[in-house]
Write a protein that binds this ligand. Structure first.
Ligand SMILES: Cc1cc2nc3c(=O)[nH]c(=O)nc-3n(C[C@H](O)[C@H](O)[C@H](O)COP(=O)(O)O)c2cc1C
Length: 267
């Protein structure tokens, strides 16, 4: 039976062995007539990506994510990239306009392309934009009970959240959503996968002129309420790894924010 996970175009294949060398679990071997694929695969796509004659197709992977490299479209100036990383800020003040579908799609694509441990790619993303007012109303109505629950379990978040509730009730500020027009939840039980996806999304948001804010508080609040997770369609057993506010900044930073002295050991 032909293997449908790995299609080799033997007309194109030049048996160079690059796919064998780049298959890090060592699944692909070189046979008499070119590479042989035994069936096991973590679907990392390296074999197809490294092939100089584009002879390999992995039909389970989205073909739109397989793009030919050209320096003009892909190469990034390292100093400029580093400066973008330096200048990115956590945004706590947003303009009211919604995040455009084009920008949203670029940001989510960055999350999808981030590396995942063992290439599971199990991370999923929930974007709340159209339903944000309804969700916020539900969340704030749940807050007194959520805070009581946290106090009962001696959670250190309880005092901060009580202050946030006071701020909200007095009309001073919404410290959970600030005035963001959208927020993104990263759903996975692997916090490293989530952190990497979140970081890449933040940088693409920055490049779009948008900004994000990791909210550990929002994550705690939403995770602790079955009503909120139910509203979001988060299934039993799924974990919220990150919550990020998203929108266009209403604040600009004429300089970067300082950092502490480096802590690096070279041996
Ligand atoms: C995992 C994580 C959780 C965070 N949670 C919150 C939060 O709940 N509320 C908040 O205002 N900022 C939160 N932040 C933002 C940090 O305070 C911020 O990254 C830090 O002050 C540095 O500022 P910068 O991101 O602008 O460089 C969080 C950041 C991270 C990485």
């Amino acid at each position: 039976m032909p293997d449908t996970k790995f299609i080799l175009d033997s007309e194109k294949c030049i048996a160079c062995g690059l796919c064998v060398a780049d298959c890090f679990p060592g699944y692909i071997t070189m046979g008499e007539n070119g590479p042989v694929y035994p069936g096991s695969c973590m679907m990392c796509g390296h074999c197809a990506a490294v092939c100089p004659v584009n002879a390999i197709t992995l039909p389970e992977l989205d073909p739109e994510t397989v793009m030919d490299y050209d320096e003009e479209s892909f190469k990034v100036d390292p100093e400029k990239l580093l400066n973008s990383i330096r200048h990115r800020r956590s945004i706590r003040n947003y303009r009211s306009e919604k995040v455009s579908p084009e920008h949203l799609s670029l940001i989510l694509e960055a999350g999808r392309c981030a590396p995942t441990a063992s290439n599971t790619q199990k991370t999923r993303f929930i974007v709340v934009q159209e339903g944000l007012s309804e969700f916020k109303e539900l969340l704030w109505s749940e807050m007194p009970a959520i805070i009581e629950g946290m106090k009962a379990s001696d959670s250190p978040a309880a005092s901060g959240l009580s202050r946030f509730l006071d701020h909200k009730n007095s009309g001073f500020r919404d410290d959970l959503f600030f005035n963001a027009p959208a927020y993104v939840l990263v759903i996975t039980d692997n916090v490293w996968d989530a952190g990497l996806a979140a970081s890449d999304m933040e940088m693409v948001a920055y490049a779009c002129g948008a900004g994000m804010l990791h909210s550990g508080y929002l994550k705690r609040v939403v995770s602790s309420s079955p009503k909120l997770t139910g509203w979001l369609g988060i299934n039993e057993g799924e974990s919220i790894a990150c919550c990020l506010l998203l929108g266009y900044p209403a604040v600009s930073y004429p300089r970067t924010a300082g950092r502490k002295m480096p802590k690096v050991t070279m041996k």
